[in-house]
Design a protein around this ligand. Structure first.
Ligand code: PLP
Length: 426
């Protein structure tokens, strides 16, 4: 569900024409709909509202300052994986006691920074990390709350690069080692075991793996309580899938209903860490067609001013994004189609960027209305892992980001200038 709709062939984000934003902010540009991401956040919050819970928006999906500020006003917590994300969250006014910190490679400086700022908890991913937190907390004479990230060895049936809860993945601690670590932590005075964490992957479209994983984690929770640990927090991660091509995403209520009996029984404060579900369908990338051309074998290329440097998901995961012109001559209404409507005269083209890599593409052999130099193309469902994974490869400036709220929009991050690219060089 989103608020990007064609009216008479012209694409609007909420009440604003996408073309108007592209004119003001130049292209490429990311456009986020505040109404959409707020709605998605509230959907999750309400679905899990029958247990004490905090929805910690996962900053890695999109750490735009304005988005953090807006979600904070609705009571969001924040899931971070680096000192940089902690800095961003605090700068946007997020209360430290709603921040949870995961990631397999936290440095000493990052741990110290987080302890000094009194974050809610670390989601710790190894024995050595917990030992290190104990050492740093002792040095600072402060306590640090720990949730152990458990690797439940469950296959979430998603892309292999975003599968995180199978035993061969680098994430978390297996159940047996977690139990052994909990025994050791009985003697720790500064790193306090407060709960368990799991995150089995991203773009999960089935409820069953989630249920299986939580079953294993809750079983461990009981054992750790029996050891005398005060287990107060249970973090079930993020990963809820969204609509890219097929409308196969499960309503988040289905996850909530299936998990609820175990969550209630856990007697814990429940934490969630969704990123993609909140912001994925709430963002689009608008890019201008620079050229069209034909290759020696007759293949048509549509060359855009955005590429893998702006949105890497197609290159990295072979991800499908709906792509459609911002102005459609056939005056379509409603949502952008994943497959072209019957009977339209269409072009079959590879939609590519300016980067010097053959892997620089948004789509291959895609059927779409004929486009020409200067037309605007829209890449849909680009709000998550879009800008946050963008780079300056080929010394391309990063695009602007804008947020639309009803009939108004604001440039919340300006497009980089050449000076921004060289500012750290001496
Ligand atoms: C620990 C952790 N939590 C939450 C998320 C957010 O996942 P998603 O954006 O799929 O909800 C991720 C993403 O990989 C993650 O690694």
């Amino acid at each position: 569900m989103d608020y990007f709709n064609y009216k008479n062939g012209v694409l609007y984000c909420e009440g604003v024409k996408v073309e108007e934003i592209a004119r003001k902010a130049s292209t490429p540009v990311y456009i986020y709909s505040a109404r959409t991401f707020t709605r998605h956040f509230l959907q999750i919050k309400e679905s899990f509202g029958s247990v004490p819970s905090t929805v910690c928006y996962s900053l890695k999906a999109n750490s735009n300052h304005d988005i953090i500020k807006r979600l904070n006003k609705f009571g969001a917590g924040f899931d971070i994986v680096s000192g940089g994300e902690l800095f961003r969250a605090l700068k946007a006014g997020a209360p430290a006691n709603r921040i949870v910190y995961a990631g397999v490679g936290k440095t000493d400086d990052e741990i110290e920074y987080a302890i000094k700022n009194k974050i809610l908890c670390f989601n710790s991913e190894s024995e050595e990390e917990v030992e290190n937190i104990e050492r740093i907390a002792r040095k600072l004479k402060k306590t640090a709350q720990i949730c152990l990230r458990v690797n439940p060895d469950v296959d979430p049936h998603t892309h292999v690069y975003i599968t995180t809860g199978k035993k061969e993945n680098k994430f978390g601690i297996d159940l047996i080692r977690a139990e052994q670590l909990a025994i050791r932590m009985k003697s720790y005075r500064f790193a306090r075991l407060k709960g368990l964490h799991m995150h089995i992957g991203s773009q999960i479209l089935e409820v069953a793996p989630y249920v299986e994983a939580l079953g294993k984690v809750v079983g461990l929770l009981d054992k750790l309580r029996a050891m005398g640990h005060q287990m107060e927090l249970l973090n079930i991660g993020g990963g809820f899938g969204i609509f890219y091509k097929e409308k196969t995403a499960r309503p988040v209520e289905e996850f909530a209903t299936a998990l609820m009996p175990m969550l209630k029984k856990s007697n814990c404060h429940i934490l969630l860490e969704p990123g993609r579900f909140i912001i994925g369908n709430a963002g689009i990338l608008v890019t201008k067609v620079l050229y069209t051309k034909q290759s020696g074998d007759g293949r048509v290329f549509v060359i855009c001013d955005a590429g893998m440097n702006t949105l890497i998901r197609p290159t990295l995961y072979g991800a499908f994004h709906r792509i459609w012109p911002a102005r459609d001559a056939a005056k379509i209404n409603g949502e952008a189609p994943a497959e072209p409507p019957e009977g339209r005269a269409l072009l079959t083209a590879d939609i590519v960027g300016p980067i010097c890599e053959s892997g620089d593409f948004f789509a291959k052999e895609r059927k779409m209305p004929a486009v020409k130099r200067g037309d605007l193309l829209v890449v849909f469902s680009a709000g998550a892992y879009g800008y946050s994974m963008s780079s300056n490869y080929n010394s391309q400036p990063r695009p602007a980001e804008t947020v639309v709220d009803n009939k108004k929009f604001r440039i919340t991050a300006r497009r980089e200038k050449y000076n921004d690219i060289t500012k750290l060089s001496s």
